[in-house]
Design a protein around this ligand. Sequence first.
Ligand code: UD1
Ligand code: CA
Length: 463
Amino acid sequence: MQDSVTVVILAAGLGTRMKSRHAKVLHRAGGLSLVEHVVRAALNLAPPERIVTVVGYQAGRVREALSGFGIGFADQAEPKGTGHALMVCRGSLAGRDGMVLVLYGDCPLLSVPTLARLVEAQACSRHAATLITTVLDDPHGYGRVVKDSSGGITAIVEEKAATAQQRLIREINSGIYCFRADLLWKHLPEIGTANPAGEYYLTDMVEILRRHGHSCGTMLLDDSREVLGINTRVDLAVADRIFRECKVRELMLAGVTIEKPETVTVDEDVSIGPDSILEPFTRILGRTRIGENCRIGACSMVTDSTLGDGVQVGPFSIIGTSVVEAGAQIGPYARLRLENHVGAGACVGNFVELKKTRLGAGSKAMHLAYLGDATIGKDVNIGAGAITCNFDGVAKNPTHIHDGAFVGSNSTLVAPVEIGAGSYVAAGSVITKSVPANSLAVAREHQVVKEDWAKRRREKARS
Ligand code: UD1
Ligand code: CA
């Protein structure tokens, strides 16, 4: 049955009510764009070659956002309504039999089981179409479902076109329909624009099909949260909260401890191993993977990074596009800015920043250091305040610090430079030349002590 379903996702509208320069379907909830949620759901019901997304407003950006899925696109040059959006697909899809599942790109919370149930209901029925409805306390803005005395749907009336009486109806159209393909493509051109908005309303299909002697069915959803259509930023925040709640719940049920889960933000594609702990206000984003037995301290943010088992991240740390191996300790107040690799058991302490740096296993930079474009071996100690001068105003230069080296506090390593294995750099040195292995480099002014100088000065001042 599966391959007899073609999915059309409508994503060409402007989204006026978002008051945004960006296409509505590209706004994000739960860490993904609205339309990506819909495409991911669709991929569970049909292969990519049977999925078409209708694009129009900022078509290039929408196509790009979905380019990884291998789905097809259709262009709706002007947003003349949801019916018109489907009309632009008619040329390429009309020959196909089976069913057409229509999804709206601004309805991201629909679950795969619900969609599968809709397709099943339509496949087993004698209706020309089946659509998902739900009952809302506040149906404002949604199309109302008009039924006859026997409970059959006769029409969908949009808010703008509804009479005062019809506006009292609380059963609404979700915007998710499964049509018999032949009847949809045959009668679609009959949709007109005789409505207050002057748009081609896809919802008119119910009346049109009925006029030709066909019935439509409804599938009433109990959980109306699933069919939330995102029209405003308020709706967006509601959807985001629902996604976040689902994600942390899923993680907790899989063995992750989450303290004050209502404050924690975890993106859709994040994975976290059992017995790891997320403290309050943590943000775990992008494609981050966290192992078992880790702790992510309060207010820390981890983006697109991989943390091995047993990694401890202190509060207020920021980790981006980095790999941290098992047992390493980060923070509090550490920043792993970009493409770093922290080896097993290494420590990156407070107010230490790493950028494009490899810190070998067991190495430590415990306080106040900047390490950029550096390759640091195993069991190296980086003293407080040590800095790699990686930028000369024109280019970025590398620093190599070999196994077992000791870089004293407040050292300044002017790159490109190399510190040999087992060497010492004396505290406060400015290192401009490479240091061979097992040496001591001292590059600072000799200390001068003038005994009784202070005493004499005070006596002079008094006289
Ligand atoms: C629509 C339904 C309404 C339903 C509600 C559910 C119609 C006429 N009305 O109203 O019955 O209760 O969804 O959320 O269908 N789009 C295009 N091209 C266009 C216009 C819209 O691709 O020319 C896309 C939009 O990008 C959006 C979707 O279709 O993803 C729905 O459009 P929207 O304008 O939000 O419809 P609603 O007014 O919410
Ligand atoms: Ca909508």
